[in-house]
Structures are given as C-alpha cells and as structure tokens.
Design a protein around this ligand. Structure first.
Ligand SMILES: NC(=O)c1ccc[n+]([C@@H]2O[C@H](COP(=O)([O-])OP(=O)(O)OC[C@H]3O[C@@H](n4cnc5c(N)ncnc54)[C@H](OP(=O)(O)O)[C@@H]3O)[C@@H](O)[C@H]2O)c1
Length: 270
C-alpha cells in the first residue's frame, strides 16, 4: 500500500533509535514533514539531516524527556499548541527492564509507567482532541506482544502494554465516527536497542531466526494505521502465537511467558 503524506506533518516519539527512527524514515519517504522527539539530541539531529537531504521534507527536532510528569502537555504546547497542526502521531517511545519486579528501583519503575503509559495517554488525549476538532487525524500507539500475556521479569512493562492496546482500541471505537483513526502496534522481537536498555541478553538463535528488523516492524504499523485497523501484531508466527493463546489456560500462559523471557540478573543475597 503506497501512503502519500505530502502536505501532512507527523510527530514520532522515540525517534533517536530503533523502530522510531524507522517510522521517521518511512514517513519522510511518504512525503510527510516531521517533528521527531526523544532525549538524545545528537542522534535526532543526525537523522533529521539525512531525512531533509534525502526526501526534501522539513524536520523539527525536539529534545525532551517524556518520562517526566507533564511531558505530554509540554510536547503538545511546542507543536500543535504553537500553531503547528499534527496530522499523524506515532507514540513509540518506551522501554522495559528485564528484572524481577522487587529487584527494580522504584524510580525506574515510575519512569517506565510515566513514559509507556501516562505520557502516551496524555499525548493521545491532547492530539486526538485537536484531531477530533478538525475531523481527521491518525494516531499509532506502540504496544507489544507482551500485551497479550502477563510476563514475569517484565511485569510492569507487559501490564503497561496491555493497557496501551486496550486503551487504543477503545478510543479508536469512540473516535472513528469523528474522523480520527487510532491503531495499536504489537511488535514481537525486533532488533533495536531495546534489549540492551532492558539488560537482557538474547540468545544468538533468537536474534537470527525469531527477530524482525525495525524497518519491517514500522512498515507493518503504518500499513495497519492507514488501512484503518485498530490493532496489529507483527509477523505470521507472532500472529499465530497470539491467536493460540486464546485457548491456553491463564496460569499456563504465565508459565510460557516466563520460560520465553529467560532468567534475569538476580541481586546478591543479603
Ligand atoms: N524491540 C522490541 O523487541 C520491541 C518489542 C515490542 C515492543 N517494542 C516497543 O517499541 C517501542 C520502540 O522501542 P525500540 O525497540 O525501538 O527500542 P529503542 O531502540 O531502545 O528505542 C526506544 C526509543 O524511546 C526513546 N525513549 C526512551 N526513554 C525516553 C524518555 N524518557 N523520553 C523520551 N524518549 C525516550 C529512546 O530515545 P532516547 O534514549 O534518546 O530518549 C528511543 O528513541 C517501545 O515502545 C517498545 O516498548 C519493542
């Protein structure tokens, strides 16, 4: 499906690496002007320079920590609120930590929930409201296949992604008659900086045979968003796996998730 976004502006959060950078590349290739946001300004500037040169689009860089309370409203104020309407929002910024819940620092847990859940909700509220006023707009919220099952060693992460998926599908239903399309994207294993940030070492076979590229993942998300879908799981094997889970008892589901996540680092006994 060819997507033509000439004359439109897209906002991508978490565009300094991985799937977010892939979204930015594909949106620019479709002709969209961009606003790209994350904390690492140098990475954003480098991507912006490449996209301006290769696609002739305008790219604004916003260096911002979206893991802070009020960050969603601040990002809205610097874009739509400053007179720059946003036609497409990709709520992609997020991180996880591969640890038992009690072994995580509370500050890190709170930052994760703020970024993956609260800021995403705040951004959706602000931008979807403006889009509903105009009667058009698209929002893609990045969840995970973790949304389909409670996942030991990623407890708050997978619970947060379940929220993202449910929330997105509900608001998509509400806003469809008002011209605003929402979709949640549930990626499976994707090769990005995610696992390094999470402190999880993936076995080589998993990286080679079970993982997808960030470009392929972003392409699936954009085709689903502009194909008016409300949720999409990336890749045939992930789709089949998530479908099969419907028939698996919940206790067994948690056991399967724990086995596939592997053993996290454990703290020394005190
Ligand atoms: N990779 C996978 O296997 C996988 C699977 C399922 C779902 N996902 C989801 O896909 C999304 C993208 O992740 P990725 O795989 O592309 O990982 P990634 O390469 O680590 O990218 C994460 C992005 O989020 C940004 N970010 C993190 N904390 C931030 C903060 N406090 N404020 C602003 N931006 C922040 C990072 O930028 P800065 O560090 O510059 O701020 C980076 O651009 C996430 O929502 C993740 O949960 C990934």
């Amino acid at each position: 499906m060819a997507i033509d976004l000439r004359g439109k502006t897209a906002l991508v959060t978490g565009a300094s690496s991985g799937i977010g950078a892939a979204f930015a590349r594909q949106l620019a290739a479709a002709g969209a002007d961009l606003v790209i946001a994350a904390r690492r300004e140098a990475e954003l500037e480098a991507l912006a320079a490449t996209l301006r040169a290769s696609h002739g689009v305008t790219v604004e860089v916003i260096a911002i920590d979206l893991g802070q309370p009020g960050a969603g409203a601040a990002l809205f104020a610097r874009t739509e609120g400053a007179g720059r309407p946003i036609d497409v929002v990709i709520n992609n910024a997020g991180f996880g930590e591969h640890r038992h819940f009690v072994d995580q620092d509370w500050a890190r847990v709170a930052q994760q929930l703020q970024l993956n859940v609260v800021t995403l909700t705040e951004l959706t509220h602000q931008f979807a409201r403006a889009m509903a006023g105009r009667g058009r707009g698209h929002i893609l919220n990045v969840a995970s296949i973790g949304a389909y099952t409670p996942s030991p060693t990623y407890a708050t992460y997978s619970a947060g992604k379940a929220y993202v998926r449910d929330f997105t599908e509900a608001v998509a239903y509400e806003l469809a008659p008002r011209g605003v399309r929402l979709c949640s994207l549930c990626p499976g294993l994707t090769i990005t900086e995610f696992h390094q940030v999470a402190g999880q070492t993936l076995p080589g076979w998993m990286r080679r045979f079970a993982a997808m590229s960030a470009d392929r993942c972003a392409g699936i998300g954009l085709r689903a968003l502009f194909g008016w879908r409300r949720n999409v799981v990336t890749g045939v094997s992930n789709k089949l796996g998530m479908w099969t889970l419907r028939f698996v008892p919940r206790r067994m589901m948690v056991w399967i998730a724990a086995r596939s996540m592997g053993q996290p680092r454990l703290p020394a006994k005190t």
